[in-house]
Design a protein around this ligand. Structure first.
Ligand code: ZN
Length: 503
């Protein structure tokens, strides 16, 4: 029957089907967003059901035999436009991956992650990993099952990595991390022997409302479109989107730590600008989606670090900040402020880590996840393994689980293989920023005037508008002329910290 239909008719059916699935998925995303921002505790149980039902429906529709036939038929047609063909190829790839999981398995995973998330919250309240341990064990069993169902070469963890970063493997990451580990370790050592930086003033008293207002001002200034998104509070800052015209970000505000709110706002704004820049005409289709999590993170980290921790940008933003907090910052020079916000100090919490020690937090999680998925470490041994590695790699003593292995939300969501994308993001960010500076005349001068529009324009043109058309490496090659090259990141860090610490 399909054979009698024209390619454009069939493509129309495909688009309608994909967009209907997107309606279900993004409705689930609204419920998920609500779960992490406003849901009252007693609502958690039914919410878990609702989320499970929606994710099951979306999965069923996408993996239905009709979807497969439609995609196979379209794949064989030769009169599609380039964009249409790319969408079909990517959807068929997704279909072949997804259909390896039964609806029952998807439902079990969704229910488990809702339970796991709430147990994680309880474990944090009681500051006890033992509370979290049974649900986490169950989650890891499911992730191993998922890896087996998905299939992999060489290492089961590859199957999980691939879901976040297509093409990423244990052997690739082992190599990348081994290239950065030594130079970063040496930089940390040089810094610890250098002149100490005072950042005490960042932890004075910064009233919550004023911080919130300043954060909102920053977000707007960086280009976040409030007609197409909003910001709220949550335990763990995140970005989610329901389409490129509705992007949600969250932050947390700590009265005694100005940094926490500020750089989480800038970070999530980086994610949001990417989502707001994806082509709306491809709603529900691959070309309307982000390229990979590594690329997503490159956007957040570019804004957070390459802009949000740069001397140039704060030249114009800092006087404004001083006028909001005259008592706290009036007597602090821009020079001292710049050094303080870039202070390097190995610490306990990943999301608060500086740009140098940050990657050790990621490498510890990466090594730990590999072991858990291989089955070479039991869940009950996580706290001891964690604490031992924080002592060895970062030289810090973990006082309790909340500031140790309970700090991240990821495992409770079942996100194993996610952390490495944070480091990849920083590495890509440095390379993208170097390319933008090369290609856009006067880019640094405009940043110095607090005007980041030329940078956003470059990102829109080179990264955002392409959606999932290219893989991370293709996107990197097209926009910078090279595939991922760690020397951009290392060069950027060494330059910056040489200047700050004056070795
Ligand atoms: Zn991020």
């Amino acid at each position: 029957m399909v054979l009698t239909k024209s390619s454009q008719e069939l493509y129309g059916e495909y688009t309608a089907r994909m967009q209907k699935i997107a309606d279900v998925k993004y409705s689930a995303a609204v419920l998920q967003w609500d779960q992490e921002t406003y849901l009252p505790p007693k609502g958690a149980e039914f919410r878990a059901r609702q989320l499970a039902t929606l994710s099951e429906i979306a999965h069923e529709w996408f993996t239905a035999a009709e979807s497969g036939q439609l995609l196979e038929e379209l794949y064989g047609r030769h009169d599609l436009t380039d964009d249409q063909r790319r969408n079909v190829i990517l959807s068929l790839e997704d279909y072949n991956k997804q259909k390896k999981f039964t609806p029952a398995f998807v439902r079990r995973l969704s229910e488990a992650s809702s339970r796991c998330f709430h147990t994680w919250l309880q474990a944090r309240t009681t500051n006890s990993f033992a509370v979290f341990s049974p649900e986490l064990q169950n989650m890891i069993r499911l992730k191993k099952e998922e890896a087996e169902l998905a299939g992999y070469e060489q290492h089961p963890y590859n199957a999980l990595l691939d879901q976040y970063e297509k093409g990423a493997t244990v052997s690739l990451l082992d190599k990348v991390f081994s290239e950065v580990r030594q130079p970063l370790r040496q930089l940390l050592d040089r810094i610890s022997g250098g002149r100490p930086v005072d950042d005490q003033f960042l932890r004075g008293n910064y009233p919550k409302q004023q911080q919130w207002d300043f954060g909102m001002e920053l977000i707007r200034q960086l280009g976040f479109d409030f007609e197409a998104g909003r910001q709220d509070l949550s335990e763990h800052p995140f970005t989610t989107n329901f389409n490129s015209h509705d992007v949600r970000i969250t932050t947390r505000v700590d009265e005694h730590d100005f940094s926490n709110m500020t750089w989480s706002c800038i970070h999530e704004t980086g994610h949001a600008l990417y989502e707001q820049g994806l082509p709306a005409e491809y709603y529900g289709l691959p070309l309307g989606e982000y390229a990979s999590l590594g690329i997503h993170e490159s956007q957040s980290r570019l804004w957070e670090n390459n802009i949000g921790r740069s001397y140039e940008w704060w030249q114009t933003v800092y006087p404004r900040l001083q006028s909001v907090f005259p008592k706290q910052l009036g007597a602090v020079s821009l020079e001292s402020f710049y050094k303080a916000i870039n202070k390097v100090q190995p610490s306990l919490i990943r999301t608060e880590a500086d740009e140098v020690s940050y990657h050790f937090h990621v490498m510890i999680r990466y090594e730990l996840e590999k072991k858990l998925i291989e089955g070479n470490l039991s869940v009950t041994d996580i706290p001891a393994w964690w604490n031992e590695h924080y002592a060895a790699w970062l030289g810090v003593t973990v006082p309790d689980d909340k500031r140790g292995c309970l700090q991240d939300v990821h495992w409770s969501h079942g996100s194993f293989g996610y952390f490495p994308t944070y480091s990849l993001g920083s590495f890509y960010a440095a390379q993208f920023f170097a390319a933008a500076k090369n290609q856009v005349a006067g880019l640094e001068a405009s940043i110095g005037q607090g005007d980041t529009r030329p940078l956003l324009h470059w990102l829109r043109e080179n990264i955002h508008r392409w959606g999932r058309r290219y893989t991370s490496e293709e996107l990197c090659l097209r926009s910078t002329g090279k595939t991922l090259d760690i020397s951009f990141f290392l060069g950027y860090l060494l330059d910056k910290y040489d200047n700050i610490y004056k070795f």
